[in-house]
Design a protein around this ligand. Structure first.
Ligand code: GLU
Length: 513
């Protein structure tokens, strides 16, 4: 392991979301890598809620988020968790873990910076700031605060403070970025990164509503919570020099930083929340298994350096290596997600699979309390090889629970005629009716059904297409489905041969009318 991963301090990492709503794939990846790093190093994984941007706060978002993580198996040792009673509770000795509960702390630290002249009050009006920005744009300059209030004398500051106070207003506080020098750090993923201080704006640290900005709160909290490694997405790289400057101003040791590459869509553009289909909840609802999502997201930017593609969470906890996270954007490949989920679905027994599918059949009102689990396991077994995600099951298996609806023309094989089709279906019905009476109400294997039906086909010289196509359509109502003998056999499990005979007769009737 390279030396820049090492620290004398115990490993303490945090996942620090703004609770804007639900967990999306990008935040799951940050949370997962952070969790895996903590487990691998026997460190502490912390959940901190960054809610200083009041407007973005969504009630219940923390609860939602914790439930998603719980389903996926990601746990937090400090911060928040769902307790045995199912309620959200705060745990740990470094709290409060919600920034809006820490306002007085930030206030204390802002005064330290003001005293050290590492920060200053800014009294500029929105109108003045807009004008500065316009002038800069006219001169093709990057928008930046022109440091106007940094030049105020002590008496001017006192005067402005008094008039703000009289008006019941608060000035903002800005970081006094030195006019020269560089901020550099050795990123665990990106290696040495440096920024010239000249390009860094005099960032607002405390807003006029008394709330800290992200940059300020994050540094105070990471320091007070003794965070050893800051792990987050690539988007935050440009924030790091400002934060390093704050550590320097306070005289604190900064943590080690690791930034994770962006997640890209198939067109190599950054995956955005607006594109839909990025919410973890939606993936779960669609029927991607928690273990698939963990496995898939673990490989978004991390290279296991082996051919292995299937990893359980426990395995990942042992093998994850943060220094093998790569810099290049990680492409979100939906086909790979489907493949991986299919692989996990095929590892289940048909009964386990039926248990997972149950809610989908229930929601579609396809089954009742009397539907036997044996039958459901058989239905699940028929689709197990093909299934990509659980919600697909409804359309794929409707006909196992309800007589199918379809057009009469679908029954006729392309090289056949309606008359021939009727003859074939009648031939099959007659053959089935000849089966022993105890089979009529009982399960009949696919092999027996095939034997009986092939015998009739041979006798009349009927080919597969003109005979088995209409049989399959009569049973399923679909132009594509598993084979006719397999489908027919499963159907007998619930209601015996009569179920098949009724469907074949309904098809004959459709063609004759
Ligand atoms: N609150 C930030 C976010 O929403 C956290 C960034 C960080 O980890 O420093 O992602």
């Amino acid at each position: 392991m390279p030396t820049h991963i090492e620290t004398e301090n115990p490993v303490r990492v945090r996942f620090a979301p703004s609770p804007t709503g639900f967990v999306h794939i990008g935040s799951l990846r940050t949370a997962l890598f952070t969790y895996l790093f903590a487990r691998k190093c026997r460190g502490v994984n912390i959940l901190r809620v960054e809610d200083t941007d009041q407007a973005r706060f969504v009630l219940g978002a923390l609860d939602n988020m914790l439930r998603v993580f719980q389903r996926l198996g990601i746990t937090f040792d400090e911060g928040f968790r769902i307790n045995a009673e199912g309620a959200v509770e705060s745990i740990g000795n470094y709290g409060p873990y919600r920034q809006s509960d820490r306002l007085s702390l930030y206030n204390e630290y802002i005064h330290e910076l003001l005293e050290k002249k590492a920060a200053y009050y800014c009294f500029c009006s929105t109108e003045r700031l807009d004008q500065v920005r316009k002038d800069q744009a006219a001169h093709k300059l990057a928008p930046m605060y022109d440091k106007h209030c940094r030049k105020l004398s002590e008496s001017e500051i006192a005067e402005q403070l008094a008039s703000f106070k009289a008006a019941g207003k608060n000035p903002v506080v800005r970081l006094a970025v030195p006019q020269e020098g560089r901020m550099e750090w050795n990123d665990l993923v990106y290696g040495l990164i440096g920024f010239d201080l000249r390009v860094i704006d005099d960032q607002i640290l405390l807003k006029s509503d008394g709330y800290p900005t992200y940059h300020f709160a994050v540094v105070v909290d990471d320091h007070l919570m003794q965070i050893s490694h800051v792990t987050r997405g690539e988007d935050w790289i440009s924030s790091t020099p400002k934060q390093l400057l704050l550590y320097k101003s306070f005289g604190w040791n900064p943590p080690i930083f690791a930034h994770f590459p962006n997640i890209l869509n198939q067109n190599k553009k950054k995956l955005s929340k607006r594109q839909g289909d990025v919410m973890v909840d939606d993936f779960l609802k669609k029927g991607y298994l928690p273990e698939t999502l963990i496995n898939f997201v673990a490989l978004l930017g991390w290279n296991p350096k082996t051919e292995q593609e299937i990893f359980s969470l426990t395995e990942l906890e042992q093998v994850f290596d943060i220094t093998h996270v790569h810099k290049a954007g990680a492409v979100f490949d939906t086909q790979k997600l489907d493949w991986l989920n299919g692989a996990y679905l095929r590892q289940k027994t048909p009964t386990e699979l039926a248990g997972l599918l149950l809610p989908y059949w229930q929601e579609a009102e396809l089954i009742s309390e009397t539907t036997s689990m044996d039958y459901l396991a058989m239905v699940a077994g028929v689709e197990q090889e093909r299934l990509k995600y659980l919600s697909e099951i409804v359309d794929r298996t409707k006909y196992f629970f309800k007589a199918p609806q379809y057009e009469a023309s679908l029954l006729v094989w392309k090289k056949s005629t309606p008359e021939e089709t009727v003859a074939r279906l009648e031939g099959i019905v007659d053959a089935l009716k000849l089966l022993p009476s105890d089979a009529q109400a009982d399960y009949v294997s696919a092999a027996t059904l095939e034997q009986v039906i092939r015998k009739v086909m041979e006798k009349h010289g009927w080919d597969n297409g003109s005979t088995l196509w209409p049989m399959r359509v009569a049973l399923t109502g679909l132009s594509a489905s598993p084979g006719p003998f397999e489908v027919a056999s499963v159907l007998t499990k619930q209601g015996g041969l009569q179920v098949i005979i009724t469907r074949l007769e309904a098809a004959i009737e459709k063609l004759n009318s």
